[in-house]
Design a binder for this molecule. Structure first.
Ligand SMILES: *Cc1c(COP(=O)(O)O)cnc(C)c1O
Length: 397
C-alpha cells in the first residue's frame, strides 16, 4: 500500500547507534526507529532476553495468567504514579484504551453525562486509529476519514485560559461535559514543544476541581527519553491515566495504559487485546527497564541531552537566518527552522542522510533528534559535526 513517503535507502543491519544500508553505507542513527530503540540496535541485554523467551514461550493469549506480564506490570506500578496496567501493542491502542477508560469512568461514576467530551491540544499527536486521529488536533491527519467519532474538542497547547473557557462553556445547561483532558507532557510529532510547568500545575488543579480525568500521552516521552523515567516528572504533576509504547520494549511492539486505582473502571469483558502483554513483548520490556535501571542510563540521557543542545544552539547562532531555536528535554530535542525561508525539515533530513546522519522531521519546520538512550559523548559530537557540515553546504549554495 502506498502509505508511506519513504527516504530512498534500505537498512540492512545495526549495532548500537550505527546502521548500515544495503549498499554498505554507514549511518549514525539519531532516529532510533522513531524514538523506540531505547538501547540502540543489537543490544546484548535485549538479544539475551528475546532469545531466552522465544525458546521458552512467546504467546498464549490473555485467557490465562502470564507471569512475565505480571512482572512487567509490577515494575511499572512500582516505578510510576499508577496502580493498574492494561497491555496492548502500540501507542494508538494504548490511547484508545485510555479514551475508552475515561468514557467508561464518566458513564459509571459521574451524574448525568450523556455526551462526555475529551479535550485535546492543537498540534498534538495521539495515533492513527479513528478515535486517535480525532484526538489528534491536526486536520491533516483527519482529512478524508470522516465521519469522525464524536466527543472531542481542541484547545491550544500551554494556554490555560483556553482550558478554563472550554471547561465552563461546555458545562452550561447541557448533559455534555468535559470528563477528560488528554495531552502530551511534551508535544513530539507536533514540533518537539515542551509543556509549561505552570500550565500543567493549573491543569491538574482544574481537573481536580471539576472531576476531570487527566490523561498524559507518554508514548514518545516515557521510558527515560526525557532524562526522567516518565515525562510527567519534568512537570511536577501526576496524571490519573498515562500511556506508554514506543521505547517501552526497545523496538519490540508493545503498548501500555496505566492508571490510578481511583479510575480503574474496566471490568472483565470491557476491553481486550489478543496479543497484548504476551510473554515475548513483556520479557523484552523487562530487559529494557532493568538495563535502564542498572546501567545509569537516565544520567546519560541528561548529560548527552545537555551536550547536544549546546552544540545545536551553537549551530543555530551561527546560521541564525536559517534557524530560530533549539528546545527539548533529555534526548528528545527539536531544532526549529525559520518560518520565512523555503528550507524544510525534510530538506535537512535528506542533506544529513547524505552525510551519514539519520534524523527525523517533526512537522515541516522542526528537525527531531531522538537517538538511542545509550548514545556516547563521541557520537553526539559526531552527529553535530555531520549536521553542521550538511548545513554549511546548504548555506553556501
Ligand atoms: C507515536 C505516537 C503515538 C502513536 O503510536 P503508534 O505506536 O504509532 O500507534 C501516539 N502518541 C504519541 C505521542 C506518539 O509519539
Amino acid at each position: 500500500m502506498k502509505t508511506y513517503g519513504r527516504f530512498p535507502i534500505a537498512i540492512e543491519k545495526g549495532s548500537g547507534c550505527r546502521l548500515w544500508d544495503t549498499d554498505g553505507k554507514e549511518y549514525l542513527d539519531f532516529v532510533a526507529g522513531i524514538a523506540t530503540c531505547t538501547l540502540g540496535h543489537a543490544h546484548p541485554a535485549l538479544i539475551e532476553a528475546v532469545t531466552k523467551q522465544i525458546k521458552k514461550l512467546h504467546h498464549v493469549s490473555n485467557l490465562y495468567y502470564i507471569p512475565e506480564q505480571g512482572q512487567l506490570a509490577e515494575w511499572l506500578v512500582n516505578n510510576s504514579c499508577g496502580d493498574k496496567v492494561f497491555f496492548c501493542n502500540s501507542g494508538a491502542e494504548a490511547n484508545e484504551a485510555a479514551i475508552k477508560l475515561v468514557r467508561k469512568y464518566a458513564h459509571t461514576y459521574l451524574d448525568k453525562v450523556e455526551d462526555p467530551i475529551i479535550l485535546t491540544a492543537k498540534a498534538s499527536f495521539h495515533g492513527r486509529t479513528l478515535a486517535t486521529i480525532t484526538a489528534t488536533g491536526q486536520e491533516k491527519y483527519q482529512k478524508g476519514f470522516g465521519p469522525l467519532p464524536a466527543g472531542f474538542a481542541y484547545v491550544p497547547y500551554n494556554d490555560i485560559t483556553a482550558i478554563e473557557n472550554a471547561v465552563t462553556d461546555l458545562d452550561e445547561g447541557t448533559l455534555s461535559r468535559v470528563v477528560g483532558i488528554m495531552i502530551e507532557p511534551l508535544q513530539g510529532e507536533g514540533g518537539v514543544r515542551p509543556g509549561d510547568l505552570e500550565y500543567f500545575l493549573k491543569l491538574r488543579k482544574i481537573c481536580d476541581e471539576n472531576q476531570i480525568l487527566l490523561v498524559f500521552d507518554e508514548v514518545q516521552v516515557g521510558v527515560g527519553r526525557t532524562g526522567k523515567l516518565w515525562g510527567y516528572e519534568n512537570l511536577g504533576v501526576e496524571p490519573d491515566i498515562f500511556t506508554s509504547a514506543k521505547g517501552l520494549a526497545g523496538g519490540i511492539p508493545i503498548g501500555a495504559m496505566i492508571c490510578k486505582d481511583s479510575c480503574a473502571a474496566f471490568e472483565p469483558g470491557n476491553h481486550a487485546s489478543t496479543f497484548g502483554g504476551n510473554p515475548f513483548a513483556c520479557a523484552s520490556a523487562m530487559a529494557v527497564l532493568q538495563t535502564l535501571e542498572n546501567e545509569g542510563i537516565l544520567q546519560n540521557v541528561q548529560a548527552r541531552g545537555e551536550q547536544l543542545r549546546v552544540r545545536l544552539r551553537a549551530i543555530v547562532n551561527k546560521y541564525s537566518s536559517l534557524f530560530t531555536e533549539v528546545r527539548g528535554w533529555g534526548l528528545i530535542n527539536g531544532m526549529e527552522l525559520n518560518a520565512d525561508i523555503e528550507l524544510t525539515s525534510i530538506d535537512l533530513v535528506k542533506a544529513a542522510m547524505e552525510e551519514g546522519l539519520l534524523l527525523a522531521p517533526a512537522g515541516t519546520k522542526v528537525l527531531r533528534f531522538v537517538p538511542p538512550l545509550i548514545v556516547s559523548p563521541e557520537e553526539v559530537d559526531q552527529a553535530a559535526d555531520i549536521l553542521e557540515k550538511a548545513i554549511e553546504q546548504i548555506a553556501n549554495q
